[in-house]
Design a protein around this ligand. Structure first.
Ligand SMILES: NC(=O)c1ccc[n+]([C@@H]2O[C@H](COP(=O)([O-])OP(=O)(O)OC[C@H]3O[C@@H](n4cnc5c(N)ncnc54)[C@H](OP(=O)(O)O)[C@@H]3O)[C@@H](O)[C@H]2O)c1
Length: 300
């Protein structure tokens, strides 16, 4: 994970505050960010937000369940980190929830009285709808829901954002900026979140399986494992970048690799016979169905 150290962070923040441009920067308008549940995803967000100077370090409070983890975060990022959610949300105008899904209701219940009515709530908890958060809080809260994926940890993530009933365009823009520090963002209708969970949130797992299989093929053909894994991973990275960079249909890019009577067409025939396309489609559909079931059980 490319994380920024506490001293780098302090220096960056001081520079940002000294710069007249940054002082007027509308992005730095959050008075207090409460980052609730600074685990893997939460720490990635903390690093992204501080590293890109979106919010000054002195404006951030992070919480976790265990004090040693809080001490680690305070030491590494120079933020206020502790185990009291109530203290963290007190006065916060932005609350970022990175808790496990089953912990969200309890958290909302715990902080309901302390939470500012005008606070923007951004939740990255899988399967927790904006409706559930609005209902639990009992007031027309501004909520944005995010569905990131693990490459966010190295700022190459894919993050889908969906707005709740009361969130404004500005709220969505702020969420885009925050998650933009971790990768590529798209704003979608919340009804697409289950499909997105099955595709881009679960997707890295499918891709690792593909990388692993290609690497095994290299090993079968006599390549050293390390080299084989590097060739395989970089091939997926490069091919993906070409799709995003050119905006071309993947089929057209595939045709560019496929010389008549060449090698690639033989490989493609094997993939078609093995049902790769149908298998991947079914995998995404199954994962999305599971996401829908989890949403239903989580939100009743
Ligand atoms: N990881 C991803 O890439 C990813 C992708 C998509 C969605 N998400 C969603 O993000 C959420 C977090 O996932 P994660 O992988 O980051 O999990 P994680 O590493 O387990 O982080 C959860 C954090 O919550 C803290 N915590 C537990 N109970 C708490 C409480 N009552 N108050 C405050 N903090 C508490 C834990 O503290 P301790 O460390 O002290 O135990 C831990 O740091 C999940 O809802 C997941 O669905 C994650």
């Amino acid at each position: 994970m490319s994380l920024v150290t506490a001293s780098q962070m302090k220096a960056q923040t001081q520079m940002a505050l000294k710069s007249p441009l940054a002082a007027q920067d509308p992005r730095i308008r959050v008075k207090k960010l409460a980052l609730i549940g600074a685990g893997k995803l939460g720490e990635g967000l903390l690093s992204g937000v501080l590293g890109s100077q979106l919010i000054p370090v002195g404006h951030v409070a992070a919480t976790v369940a265990h004090q040693p983890r809080a001490d680690y975060l305070a030491e590494k990022y120079a933020v206020k980190a502790h185990t009291s959610n109530v203290q963290a949300v007190s006065g916060a105008d932005l609350v970022l929830i990175c808790l496990k899904p089953q912990q969200v209701k309890g958290f909302l219940h715990e902080v309901k009285k302390e939470l500012r009515k005008d606070a923007l709530i951004i939740s990255a908890a899988a399967s927790v709808t904006t409706g559930l958060i609005e209902r639990e809080l009992g007031h027309p809260a501004r909520v944005v829901r995010a569905m990131p994926n693990t490459p966010c940890l190295i700022r190459h993530g894919m993050i889908a954002l969906a707005r709740g009933k009361h969130a404004t365009d500005e709220d969505v823009a702020l969420a885009k900026e925050i998650f933009g520090s971790m990768g590529r963002t798209v704003v979608v209708d919340e009804k697409h979140m289950d499909a997105i969970t099955g595709l881009s949130a679960s997707g890295p797992a499918y891709v690792y399986l593909i990388i692993e299989s290609l690497a095994e093929a290299g090993v079968k053909l006599g390549l050293p494992r390390e080299l084989s894994t590097e060739l395989s991973a970089q091939t997926l990275l490069g091919a993906s970048a070409l799709v995003l960079h050119t905006g071309e249909h993947p089929a057209k890019l595939k045709d560019m690799v496929t010389t008549p009577a060449g090698c690639t067409i033989d490989g493609l025939l094997e993939l078609e016979e093995g049902g790769l396309r149908v298998t991947l489609i079914k995998a995404v559909v199954r994962a999305a169905e599971r996401a829908r079931q989890l949403v239903e059980s989580q939100n009743t």
